[in-house]
Structures are given as structure tokens and as C-alpha cells.
Write a protein that binds this ligand. Structure first.
Ligand SMILES: Nc1ncnc2c1ncn2[C@@H]1O[C@H](COP(=O)(O)OP(=O)(O)OP(=O)(O)O)[C@@H](O)[C@H]1O
Ligand SMILES: Nc1ncnc2c1ncn2[C@@H]1O[C@H](COP(=O)(O)OP(=O)(O)OP(=O)(O)O)[C@@H](O)[C@H]1O
Length: 530
């Protein structure tokens, strides 16, 4: 058997090496953690299977995914009681040679060798990318280069992976400039490019438009067809996880239920888990999302639309923008956009991946400046006004929470800058914002120790605490479980109730329908339905 077969690599694009990954975790506690993040979790991942690990926020999904992918290790990152076993490279009909078997804080896991067999896409797709700044093509080639793949072979595999993930037109781009959906496609491409025997995907449909969801679902089907096992970690019983051969439900770090999706959906084990249940099984029709439609709290929770006639809190007049300002021949991303949002109004902006939604929000506070046209916040033009000054009236929630979290504790993160705005009331304002998002007991925690949903809710609290006249929220529903969605809904409703204008960018059409007064679509550079 060649080293390539032994290592589980599938650089020829044919069948993946048969790989089995088993974990029996009695407990895993992060160093400095207050209690075990995982306890009593057993999982067996076999060739060709699709396992869905479902659970609400903070239930331990990402921790399990990172342990299975050797991004976390017992001894180094925390205390692990239990065993991990990886076997890979057996030919059809044979057992797999054992690559690793270890117990507890065994230090022998070589994470680079592990990555030969186990591909992993974290919830935060940006964390996947190499630190080296280059192009999308170089990023895709990175894993192959590390394994010494011949150049001609590498070129062929990168081109094929780009085609499979819909990245062909973006190969020359700097990954740092990709939209959220484009970045997730790239992260998945980087994980599959070496043909691992096990592929672990943490919330793989987050931030994707319906076409992107279909691409991922087809990829999952394709890699399973080549003999690889897939594990999906998710808060959603959606079109992808309902196709799983096996579900494992986590609650508060413990495996509380396991079995077929049908059996678990019929029972009551999901009721308290925070898992968002809904959506039909199977691939969604063209244009339709596979995400659950039952995700949102009751419709019309956002209250009546504000009375007409109020002067707009946010106004865009003929705003055009393109990234290639120096090239007059290059097409504009945003073409003469007009938009008015009144105090108390909630407007949802939807549209395909890469349409320019995040770019539009960055024009609201001056992080980007229009090539033509004007932006007014509370009636005043922002041309030439520093972003920090506009931020007193307009709060922007970034698509990626890590772009917004810099402090050492949750409390400091929220209170930062509030003294200047509210003087002696700053502490009370910070406490109220943390309570609003359910993080009042986590003030002393480091932001990076929060789960994905905790980080998103913290970033939201930092924006809410400033009580801006305009709230601009970029994909606020991503990473939130059913309880988190309820908190988000309540926070948006309260902000609109006190007169804030709210603009939220989202791919969650059910959420937009239930909670926005108006939905507009950004497509081909124009806003439709204003
Ligand atoms: N580095 C860390 N140090 C200490 N505690 C951590 C660390 N990372 C995560 N935790 C804690 O472990 C628990 C499980 O977190 P994890 O991120 O695995 O949950 P999750 O189910 O993936 O949640 P979400 O769906 O919100 O991302 C949480 O209580 C979290 O705060
Ligand atoms: N600095 C840049 N240079 C060139 N192109 C860029 C740059 N930044 C973003 N883009 C491109 O502009 C387009 C719009 O990006 P944007 O992030 O606004 O899209 P989006 O609608 O928010 O997408 P998503 O739903 O995927 O988050 C994308 O195709 C993106 O790759």
C-alpha cells in the first residue's frame, strides 16, 4: 500500500480510504473551565455514514467536533477522560489498520497526521484559513502542498475542487475579501481538497443562500458516495441533518439521545434541547432554503409599523459603490441605491451570497464610502464624518463576531466606550444589555470561551448597549438556537419599540417574514421592493 493510501488521502479524486473514528468521552473539561464541556458522549463514525450531532447553543457540539478533529487535545487544552480511536486505509472488505488509539490525556496525537484523515470546517469559517495572505487558489492548494503533491496533480485537484465548491471565478481573489457565503465555500473546499476519510462540518449551511445550501448538500452526498464519513454539527433539524443515518443529541455536554432522525423527531427528546426543528427532508427546490421554517417565534412579534410621515432615521440617496474605484470600466456592485428606514421600523435585506449586503451595511457608517450618492443618519449626511462619530448614532453588528470582540472579559467588552456616552449610568446600561441577551451571569468570562451563539449575542449586546438611533445587523440569526432566536427577537422588538430604525441582513427568510415590517432584496446591484 502506498503512503498516500495509508494516509487516507484521496488526491486522485476517487474513493476515500475507509476510515473509522470512535470516541468514548467520559469527560472533557477545558483548563480553567468551570465544569465539563462534554460528559458521557460516545460516537462511532463509519465509512459512508452521515452522523448529525444536534444540540442547542453551548451544548458542546463544537467542542466534540474539535476533539474529533484533533483541534483540541487532552492534556494541552483540557482534561480528557476517555478514549479516541482512528483507523484508516483498509482496502474494501478488509479491516482498517489502526492509526491511533489512545486514552485520556495521551499526548501522542499528531494533529498534522490526524488532518491527513479527518477534514474539519469550524463554525467560524475564517478560522480555517492559513495565516499566509495569498489567493483563493493558493489557499486551496495549501493542504496539498504540505503533503508534497506534485504540481501538475495539485493544479488539477485545485481546479476540480474549485468547480465542486463553485469557487472557479474567485481563484485569483484574496480570501480576506470574500463574502460570508463565499468564505464558507472556500473553507469546505480546503477541507475536501485532500480527500479525507472523515469530514466534520460545523454548521455548514450557515450564511449560505439556497444555491449554496444545495452545493453543500450535493458535496456531502458526493463525498459519502466516495466512501468518506461525514459528521454535521448543527442546531438545526433541517434538510441536511434530516438525511443523516444517525443522530446524536447533546444537552449541557451530555449525549441525551441517539438513533435515527425519524425516531428522535417522533419522540420528546428534542423538546428542551434548543434544537430548531422544522423543514422538509431532502434537497430544497431551486430558490428555496432548506432551513427550518419553524425557527422563528410568533409572527408580528415586532409590533405595528411606525406611522408614516416620520423623517427617516437612515436614508440612502443614489448610492453607488464598486471595489475597483480606479477602473472606470469595472462593473459596480451597488447601483444607485435608494432606501429610507423610519424610526421604529424593522427592514430585512435579503439576497444571494456575494450580492453586496455586508458592503451596503459598511456604507451606512462610513467604513466604506460611496462612489456616488449620499448616506444620511438621523437626517445628517455622513460624508467626511469619522466612523467613530457616526457610530454614536448607528450601531453595526458585524457578520463575524470575532471582528467585534477585543476585550478580556464579557463585562469589559460591553462597557467599553459607554462611560463617554452615558457617564455614571454606563455600568447599569452594560448590565441591562447583558441581561437582555442572557449573558448576565457570564460577565467575568473571556469572550473567546463563549460558544458560537454566546459570542454572537455578546457582539449584539455591545451594539444594543449604546442605544443607537439605527441598528444595522449583519446576519444576526446565524449561530443562534431556538432560545437565542427568541432573545434576538425580543431585543430587536424592544429597540424598535424605543424608536430605533433596524436594518437586518439575513438569509433566514422565515425570520424576516415573521419579524420585519418590510423585506427588500439586493440583487444585481439593485434593491428590489423598497
Ligand atoms: N476555550 C474554552 N474555554 C473554556 N470553556 C469553553 C471554551 N470553549 C468553549 N467553552 C465552553 O464549553 C461549552 C460548550 O461550548 P461549545 O462551543 O462546544 O458549544 P456548542 O454546542 O458548539 O454551541 P454553539 O451552537 O453556540 O456554537 C460552553 O459552555 C462554552 O462556554
Ligand atoms: N475588497 C474587495 N475587493 C473585491 N471584491 C470584494 C471585496 N470585498 C468584497 N468583495 C466582493 O463583493 C461582493 C459582495 O460582498 P458582500 O460581503 O457585501 O456580499 P454579501 O451579499 O454580504 O454576501 P454573503 O451573503 O455571502 O455574506 C462579493 O462577491 C465579494 O467577494
Amino acid at each position: 500500500m502506498s503512503r498516500q493510501e495509508m494516509s487516507g488521502r484521496n488526491t486522485s479524486g476517487q474513493n476515500a480510504a475507509r476510515t473509522t473514528l470512535c470516541a468514548a468521552i467520559e469527560g472533557f473539561t477545558f483548563h480553567g473551565g468551570s465544569g465539563p464541556a462534554l460528559r458521557g458522549v460516545e460516537i462511532e463514525i463509519t465509512p459512508g455514514s452521515l452522523t448529525a450531532v444536534l444540540g442547542g447553543s453551548g451544548s458542546g457540539k463544537s467542542t466534540l467536533g474539535r476533539l474529533l478533529a484533533a483541534w483540541l487535545a487532552g492534556g494541552r487544552d483540557g482534561v480528557l477522560r476517555g478514549t479516541l480511536q482512528l483507523a484508516a486505509g483498509g482496502r474494501q472488505g478488509e479491516g482498517c489498520p489502526l492509526v491511533f488509539s489512545g486514552t485520556g490525556d495521551d499526548p501522542r496525537i499528531d494533529s498534522a497526521a490526524w488532518a491527513d484523515h479527518v477534514g474539519y470546517v469550524p463554525q467560524d469559517a475564517a478560522a480555517m484559513l492559513s495565516a499566509v495572505r495569498g489567493t483563493v487558489e493558493e489557499e486551496l492548494a495549501f493542504g496539498l502542498e504540505n503533503r508534497g503533491t506534485a504540481r501538475s496533480e495539485m493544479t488539477r485537484i485545485v481546479a476540480e475542487t474549485a468547480r465542486r465548491t463553485g469557487l472557479t471565478a474567485l481563484l485569483e481573489r484574496d480570501p480576506a475579501t470574500l463574502s460570508g457565503g463565499e468564505l464558507r465555500r472556500l473553507a469546505i473546499g480546503c477541507a475536501i481538497v485532500t480527500g479525507p476519510g472523515v469530514l466534520i462540518l460545523d454548521e455548514p449551511l450557515a450564511s449560505l443562500d439556497p444555491a449554496g445550501e444545495r452545493t453543500v448538500m450535493e458535496l456531502v452526498r458526493d463525498v459519502r458516495g466516495r466512501g468518506a464519513a461525514v459528521v454535521v454539527l448543527s442546531q438545526h433539524a433541517d434538510g441536511l441533518t434530516r438525511q443523516a443515518t444517525h443522530w446524536l443529541v447533546l444537552e449541557d455536554g451530555a449525549g441525551t439521545a441517539a438513533g435515527s432522525p425519524d425516531r428522535l423527531l417522533a419522540g420528546s427528546s428534542l423538546a428542551s434541547s434548543g434544537v430548531v426543528v422544522g423543514g422538509p427532508p431532502g434537497l430544497p427546490a431551486a430558490g428555496a432554503s432548506s432551513r427550518p421554517v419553524a425557527a422563528a417565534a410568533p409572527a408580528a412579534a415586532s409590533g405595528p409599523a411606525p406611522a408614516p410621515g416620520l423623517p427617516p432615521a437612515l436614508q440612502l440617496e443614489g448610492v453607488s459603490f464598486g471595489f475597483d474605484a480606479n477602473d472606470p470600466g469595472s462593473p459596480l456592485l451597488l447601483k444607485s441605491i435608494n432606501l429610507e428606514v423610519r424610526p421604529g421600523e424593522i427592514v430585512a435585506v435579503t439576497g444571494p451570497n456575494g450580492a453586496g449586503k455586508s458592503t451596503l451595511l459598511r456604507l451606512f457608517n462610513g467604513l466604506l464610502r460611496p462612489l456616488r450618492g449620499n448616506v444620511r443618519v438621523t437626517g445628517k449626511g455622513i460624508a467626511g464624518v469619522p466612523t467613530g462619530v457616526v457610530a454614536e448614532r448607528l450601531g453595526l453588528l458585524f457578520q463575524h463576531p470575532h471582528d467585534q470582540l477585543f476585550e478580556r472579559t464579557v463585562q469589559r467588552e460591553v462597557i467599553f466606550g459607554l462611560e463617554r456616552l452615558f457617564g455614571q449610568h454606563a455600568s447599569a446600561k452594560a448590565a441591562a444589555a447583558l441581561a437582555e441577551v442572557g449573558l448576565d451571569a457570564s460577565g467575568g468570562v473571556h469572550p473567546h470561551e463563549l460558544s458560537g451563539s454566546g459570542q454572537r449575542l455578546l457582539a449584539l449586546a455591545t451594539v444594543l448597549a449604546r442605544e443607537p438611533a439605527v441598528l444595522a445587523l449583519d446576519e444576526p440569526t446565524v449561530a443562534l438556537d431556538a432560545h437565542g432566536l427568541d432573545r434576538l427577537t425580543a431585543a430587536i422588538t424592544a429597540a424598535a419599540g424605543r424608536g430605533a430604525a433596524v436594518v437586518l441582513v439575513t438569509h433566514d427568510l422565515a425570520f424576516a417574514r415573521a419579524h420585519a415590517h418590510r423585506t427588500v432584496e439586493l440583487k444585481d446591484g439593485a434593491l428590489v421592493g423598497c
